[in-house]
Design a protein around this ligand. Structure first.
Ligand code: GDP
Length: 510
């Protein structure tokens, strides 16, 4: 039997690639499970922060996850709903930050922001939102836990618009509150989503009628253009736990969730409906089997139709290689399991040839931009327990830095390597993995530095600056110069004294 042939344009039009951003405890896990359930059968890839049996079998590979009850790695969940193919990229659920979290957000086309209806906007939500804003990623808001004591919906909308400087447009309105929360009213379709029949005389319906007048008078209607530009968020009310409002959210993603966006390269923009395959590696994960040094590169397909066995060009090293065993994160449909389109994520097993930020193409010499390294906020010197293992440590640090576990800075004065992380949890991960996978025991020593900045500028100026600041200069893994400063004050002063040089807190990889 021949499979129906679909066009690339039709396939990408039905792709929805998104992440959920939230503060811990707001209900991300619960909502994820409800969404996946609504989407029917799913194949879970990588680690899901799931509880119980599934959690033990899937993520036992790293003690640190088990001990802390968290998932350190990102996973991809693909499901179909309403004729669309959804790719949900999971961001780690712990309170700490890692660069993986940031980078995952560079691989999505939209984000669902989950807010606890009682607590409103919390610190981590804000931080993640700011990352989305850097790329103007459209945000859909889900106000969760409406089945409990919650803030007034008007106050919540106000908090989002003033707190995040983001226009809000309610898409649904809650019917009943707290224990009486029964369902939602869809402001767009004017459909009432409540179980069974609710009498017009029900106090909740009476209250709804009054509130709707206010809503319609006071709040802006949905504006597609502002949403696409990341300036306006449609807001949904619900309860993940009670499965209220979840399909409102998914239906909206089908109706107006953004399909795969065009991706910027150094030379041109690549549209998702172009014929030739392009893909961008945004995450590397060590294989689940610690006895092998295999790695899985997660690549977002940016254009074309990617199939098994296809030959792709690894642009950075200028070689072609065959995609023999790509992992497609797909579910029921067999046809889907053999090909991927813009917005989809494939896993490519490799032995370290693929790095974060690498571009794959059919032949064109393109390099995607936009996968960032963030200047680490924590800098530590690595202290080796056993001096005989210095060489092994050096190699291990390079490998783990290539994987994005930490950033590695080699001081130009030849002193011991410094590792930089965005969140302290990354240090624990580094220590655990060096021990488990390389048999190298390490500790950390503090450094006088609290800031790292990539330095660019005219070559001669750069060299003179490096000469006179030798002890505070280091090379990153690509050999790019980094200035280490003891304080924000020092950093400011240094940059004022060096008007020809630029000090960057984000480095684009690629
Ligand atoms: P995460 O940390 O954001 O992934 O949050 P979880 O999904 O693990 O939820 C945190 C807690 O809130 C759990 O005890 C959930 O059962 C609970 N919870 C999640 N959603 C709801 C909801 O809609 N209503 C109520 N009452 N509790 C919820």
């Amino acid at each position: 039997m021949t499979e129906p042939v679909t066009t690339i344009a039709a396939e990408i039009a039905r792709r929805r690639t998104f992440a959920i951003i939230s503060h811990p405890d707001a209900g991300k896990t619960t909502l994820t499970e409800r969404i996946l359930r609504a989407g029917g059968a799913i194949q879970l890839a990588g680690n899901v922060r799931a509880k119980g049996e599934r959690r033990r079998t899937r993520s036992d590979w790293m003690g640190i996850e088990r001990d802390r009850g968290i998932s350190v790695v990102t996973s991809v969940m693909t499901f179909e709903y309403g004729g669309c193919v959804f790719n949900l990229l999971d961001t780690p659920g712990h309170e700490d930050f890692s660069e993986d979290t940031y980078r995952t957000l560079t691989a999505v086309d939209s984000a669902v922001m989950v807010i606890d209806a009682a607590k409103g906007i919390e610190e981590r939500t804000r931080k993640l939102f700011e990352i989305c804003r850097l790329r103007d990623i459209p945000i859909v808001t889900f106000i969760n836990k409406m089945d409990r004591e919650a803030q007034d919906p008007f106050a919540l909308l106000d908090e989002i618009s003033s707190g995040l400087a983001l226009d809000t447009s309610p898409a649904t309105w809650p019917v009943g509150r707290a224990a009486q929360f029964a369902g939602t009213y869809d402001l767009r379709t004017k459909a009432l989503h409540v179980p069974g029949d609710m009498a017009q005389s029900d106090p909740r319906m009476v209250a709804l009628g009054e509130e709707l007048e206010l809503v319609e008078a006071a709040l802006p209607p949905f504006d597609r253009e502002s949403f696409d530009a990341g300036h306006l968020t449609p807001v949904f009310f619900g309860s993940a736990m009670k499965e209220i409002g979840v399909t409102d959210l998914l239906d909206a993603m089908v109706a107006f969730g953004p399909p795969p966006r065009a991706q910027q390269t150094e030379t041109r923009e690549v549209r998702a409906d172009e014929d030739a395959v392009t893909a961008l590696v945004f995450k590397i994960q060590a294989n689940m089997d610690p006895n092998h040094r295999d790695r899985m590169a997660f690549a977002r397909v940016c254009s074309g139709r990617l199939t098994r066995g296809m030959r792709l060009r690894h642009v950075r090293i200028g070689k072609h290689f065959a995609l023999h065993t790509p992992q497609f994160f797909f579910a029921r449909d067999r046809q889907l399991a053999e090909e991927a389109f813009g917005g989809d994520v494939v896993g490519i097993p490799n032995h370290g040839t693929l790095r974060i930020g690498d571009t794959l193409t059919e032949n064109e010499d393109l390099r995607f931009t936009g996968v960032p390294h963030f200047a680490p906020e924590i800098l530590r010197r690595v202290r080796l327990d056993d001096a005989m293992k210095a060489k092994k440590l050096r190699q291990a640090l390079v490998e783990l830095a290539e994987e994005g576990v930490v950033q590695l800075f080699r001081p130009q004065d030849g002193s011991a390597p410094i590792v930089g992380v965005v969140g302290t949890l990354q240090l624990d991960v580094l220590q655990a993995r060096l021990q488990q996978e390389y048999g190298v025991g390490i500790g950390f020593e503090s450094t006088p530095y609290s800031l790292a900045r990539w330095v660019t500028g005219p070559q001669a100026r750069l060299e003179a600056f490096a000469m006179s600041n030798r002890t505070a200069m280091a090379d990153d893994i690509d050999g790019d110069p980094v200035f280490l400063a003891s304080s924000a004050f020092m950093m400011r002063r240094t940059s004022e004294m060096q008007p020809e040089l630029k000090f960057h807190d984000i480095k684009q990889i690629g």
